[in-house]
Design a protein around this ligand. Structure first.
Ligand code: ATP
Ligand code: MG
Length: 344
């Protein structure tokens, strides 16, 4: 019997907490448990987390979680070639150029990246690309306190965009038929307050960005344009039925802005790496908006793919929880955290 490793991926979003337990057993992965719940107001996050954990009844108290937002700075920088120890020292000075939190105590992390020189373009062998992550220490401390308060131990703290990439790699592993090998794919996770982009080539992430525009902005636009309170607008957005055209019309401005920002990111990637973004995978609760795929197709000239990150997960016992499939795209980041195919 191979040894079983249980991993709990905990995605504490601004609107929704999602938790997934995966069991690694030899070459295989199984679903150990799942739970999610909405956060009605930010001061109820701890209570909702406790509910999610009670509902999921997970076998492990250790978790992998992620941070995101304006307190998290991610930069891809070019530095002179150097050894790992030298890099650890140099990064402190390098980071100062990019950190906007003056006088704040920050936690830094860095990772040497594989070859990222644009294809066909000469680059200096004396340079290397480095991924730099800087997070306000107070922000991490608050996140850790929230998790410890729920009697969990955070083993690793990742970043939403990287977890998204990890989830994609994990899904390709479970279903080699959809393996995107050396293709360039853009993963776009539309949450409540922000949308994450991760442009991957094969299993490597070459560009990540957070855009502060997502589901809440759509609800606000519906509320203003149609004259509903936020709760009514939220309900209409989720189930517009015969009012779909009205809802689509109300959110056009938000989608225009969001797609414009996504386009800018694609353009930046394409000009820097001389490679076209070949397909775009959508996830996150905001991606459930009716008609979103058509809107993306119209804007980018390509049908985006709705991504089901739990499609190939086999439960260890019993069937898949019935509430899991309908909200599957919301689970991408939690799956990425629980899978840890690649250690960040
Ligand atoms: N059926 C639906 N149609 C449209 N939008 C939906 C639907 N279901 C959920 N949403 C939206 O999805 C968003 C929540 O998605 P998600 O759980 O991915 O966000 P989050 O992770 O909590 O937020 P963030 O990552 O921004 O902190 C909300 O804005 C919600 O209104
Ligand atoms: Mg989220």
């Amino acid at each position: 019997m191979p040894r079983e490793i249980h991993r709990l991926g905990l995605d504490i979003g601004s609107r929704n907490i999602k938790a997934i337990e995966l069991i690694e057993s030899g070459e295989n992965f199984y679903l150990g448990g799942f739970a999610q719940a909405e956060i009605p107001a930010p001061d109820q996050t701890a209570a909702v987390l406790a509910d999610v954990l009670a509902k999921g009844n997970f076998a492990t108290k250790r978790c992998i979680t992620a941070v995101s937002g304006r307190s998290v700075i991610v930069r891809y920088v070019t530095m002179p070639e150097m050894g790992d120890e030298e890099l650890r020292n140099a990064i402190k000075y390098e980071a100062n150029k990019y950190i906007p939190f003056e006088g704040e105590d920050v936690v830094l992390d860095c990772q040497r990246l594989p070859e990222v020189k644009p294809e066909g373009k000469a680059g200096s062998d004396k340079e290397m690309s480095v991924l730099l992550v800087a997070v306000k220490r107070s922000f991490i401390n608050d996140h850790v306190a929230l998790i410890k308060g729920a009697n969990l131990t955070p083993d690793t703290i990742d970043v939403d965009s990287f977890a998204l990439g990890n989830a994609f790699e994990f899904c390709s592993l479970l279903n080699p038929k959809v393996s995107e090998a050396e293709r360039v794919v853009a993963l776009v996770d539309i949450g409540a307050t922000k949308s994450n982009i991760n442009i991957m080539r094969g299993s490597h992430s070459f560009f990540t960005r957070e855009i502060y525009m997502a589901g809440n902005d759509m609800t606000e636009a519906i509320s203003k344009k149609i004259g509903l309170d936020m709760a009514q607008a939220e309900a209409l957005k989720r189930e517009p039925k015969e009012r779909l055209a009205e809802v689509q019309e109300a959110v056009t401005g938000v989608l225009d802005d969001l797609c414009h920002e996504i386009r800018l990111s694609f353009d930046y990637f394409e000009s820097r790496f001389d490679r076209e973004v070949e397909s775009c995978y959508l996830s996150g609760g905001g991606s459930l908006l009716g008609g979103l795929e058509d809107y993306f197709e119209h804007t980018f000239g390509k049908q985006p793919l709705r991504w089901n990150p739990v499609e190939f997960l086999v439960p260890k016992e019993g069937g898949l929880p019935p509430d899991m499939q309908p909200s599957a795209p919301v689970l991408a980041i939690a799956v990425g955290l629980a899978s840890r195919v690649k250690k960040a």
